[in-house]
Design a protein around this ligand. Structure first.
Ligand SMILES: Cc1cc2nc3c(=O)[nH]c(=O)nc-3n(C[C@H](O)[C@H](O)[C@H](O)COP(=O)(O)OP(=O)(O)OC[C@H]3O[C@@H](n4cnc5c(N)ncnc54)[C@H](O)[C@@H]3O)c2cc1C
Ligand SMILES: *[C@@H]1O[C@H](CO)[C@@H](O)[C@H](O)[C@H]1NC(C)=O
Ligand SMILES: *[C@@H]1O[C@H](CO)[C@@H](O)[C@H](O)[C@H]1NC(C)=O
Length: 436
């Protein structure tokens, strides 16, 4: 067993992993839980989940994650989470120009959906333009060569609102929150013990030390700054996000459309009724920010540096619109940014104690760009680990892995469900505006 229910537990990061963990710890009767978040409000601007929406799709190529998502979707339908979950369905296709790799991936997803007895009844084939338009008449573009399937079991979650909702629920359950200057964690503090070393707490930017029995680092793409021991197991990576600003009538006209995804072009969501924004994401191999001295990719320190999208991604998002919702294809793209997450080479999460510290420091990382759908249940994996009799992560795939010194630098692009190779952030930076 790890800590006792009254021990001080400090969670670093008020994003998806951190808030879900705080909530589940409080539910399980842990009474001295605090969350440290560097932004001065939740949802934090630095969180990859500070967003209008994230896909919640149950079918994974790997049935392990399919089973987890089925549990997560059941939890999304409970009163605390239900306001943020929208089961609009998932229109999952490839365009006529898709490379074989994208078609193969689509087929694996489809086979996974059809293999699962709970999902299968919700799946129907989309063999071309007319099937697609019967499923969603609003898609009035040419849909050239589009085919795939529609899955009514899936949908999306309003991730920013879900974070805010669980923040309030965790506060009400007694979790303490330190935000802004008080919540920005500068370092993990270690002490020597008879057996070696352990974590004694954290120091925040304002110089204050907080002692603890356990520190749980849930710092997203920033994990490597606080826990450099992680090395290249986790790579900070980003994808482009952009939006089209719609009118009230346009938003209303697109109400209820499914999450629409062409594996080779990217995806978009039903517009958000509050802001009238339609969110687009072109996906792809993503962008990494490798420190040439260490070979480790870390997310840039400021949000400003990521407030753009590369030209080629913008082109691809316009192509996606031209094929589906052509009246929007030439509209300005607004609120552009690169969204940073923590990637592993096999897309498995890391939910484990950092080795050789007497179970005093835990890392929740490696979200690999697919964690948010698990938001309602992710914290329960932490309470499971805290209750493990030998302090050992029972699931080998979520363990801390010893870094492989021979691993190639750019492995992340080769993950099957992404198309294309990763590029360096330094290579896509927009030219600096000249100072007059
Ligand atoms: C473009 C894009 C699209 C995505 N789409 C999907 C999707 O469709 N479906 C899906 O399931 N998932 C999706 N994801 C993934 C999902 O957003 C992430 O898996 C999830 O947000 C990761 O949660 P996290 O808690 O690990 O990190 P985050 O949510 O990023 O939270 C980390 C938090 O730690 C804080 N922090 C960092 N350092 C410190 C410090 N030193 N002190 C204090 N606080 C600190 C940050 O401010 C931040 O709030 C997407 C991600 C991206 C980038
Ligand atoms: C929580 O733990 C801290 C650090 O050990 C301690 O100072 C504080 O009194 C504890 N609070 C409660 C409510 O037990
Ligand atoms: C991923 O990296 C780990 C070490 O961190 C290594 O053991 C494993 O073989 C790698 N897996 C793949 C698929 O490359």
């Amino acid at each position: 067993m790890g800590v006792s229910k009254s021990d001080a537990i400090l969670i670093v990061g008020g994003g998806a992993f951190g808030l879900s963990t705080a909530f589940h710890l409080a539910q399980k009767g842990y009474t001295n839980v605090s969350v440290f978040e560097k932004d001065d409000h939740i949802p934090p601007r630095y969180s990859a989940a500070n967003d209008l929406n994230k896909i919640v799709r149950a079918e994974y190529e790997d049935p392990f994650y399919t089973d987890l998502t089925i549990k997560a979707i059941a939890a999304w339908k409970t009163p605390l989470f239900a306001p943020h979950f929208h089961q609009t369905g998932f229109l999952h296709c490839v365009s006529g120009d898709a490379p074989k790799e994208a078609i193969d991936t689509l087929n694996r997803f489809r086979a996974s959906a059809e293999r699962n007895s709970q999902i299968k009844p919700h799946v129907s084939a989309l063999d071309g333009e007319s099937d697609i338009r019967q499923t969603c008449w609003q898609l009035d573009g040419p849909l050239p060569g589009w085919k795939g399937y529609f899955n009514r079991f899936d949908g999306y979650a309003h991730s920013g609102n879900a974070l805010a909702g669980i923040y309030r629920a965790a506060q009400a359950a007694g979790v303490r929150f330190f935000l802004g200057e008080q919540g920005a964690v500068d370092e993990i503090v270690y002490v020597s013990t008879v057996n070696g070393r352990k974590c004694a707490g954290i120091r925040t930017k304002n110089g204050r030390f907080h002692s603890s029995a356990l520190v749980i680092v849930a710092a997203g793409a920033n994990a490597g700054r606080l826990v450099p021991q992680i090395g290249q197991q986790v790579v900070a990576k980003s994808w482009s996000v952009a939006h089209v600003q719609l009118t009230d009538d346009e938003t209303s006209g697109l109400r209820g459309i499914p999450v629409t995804y062409a594996r080779d072009l990217g995806f978009f969501f039903e517009p958000d009724p509050k802001t009238n924004l339609l969110k687009l994401c072109p996906m792809g191999g993503g962008y990494i920010n490798t420190d040439p001295r260490t070979g480790v990719s870390l997310s840039p320190e400021s949000l400003k540096e990521s407030a753009f999208v590369p030209e080629e991604d913008e082109k691809q998002m316009r192509k996606l619109l031209a094929q589906t919702l052509p009246s929007l294809a030439d509209r300005p793209l607004v609120k552009k940014s690169l969204c940073w997450f923590a990637d592993t080479n096999d897309s498995d999460f890391i939910i484990d104690y950092v080795p050789n510290l007497e179970s005093s420091l835990m890392l929740l990382s490696g979200d690999s760009g697919h964690l948010f759908k698990m938001f309602p249940i992710a914290g329960s994996w932490v309470t499971d680990l805290l209750e493990a009799p030998d302090n050992k992560q029972a699931l080998a795939r979520w363990r801390w892995k010893q870094p492989d010194p021979n691993a190639g630098k750019d492995w992340g692009g080769a993950v099957s469900w992404r198309l294309g190779e990763s590029k360096e952030f330094s290579a896509i930076l927009p030219p600096k505006a000249s100072k007059l």
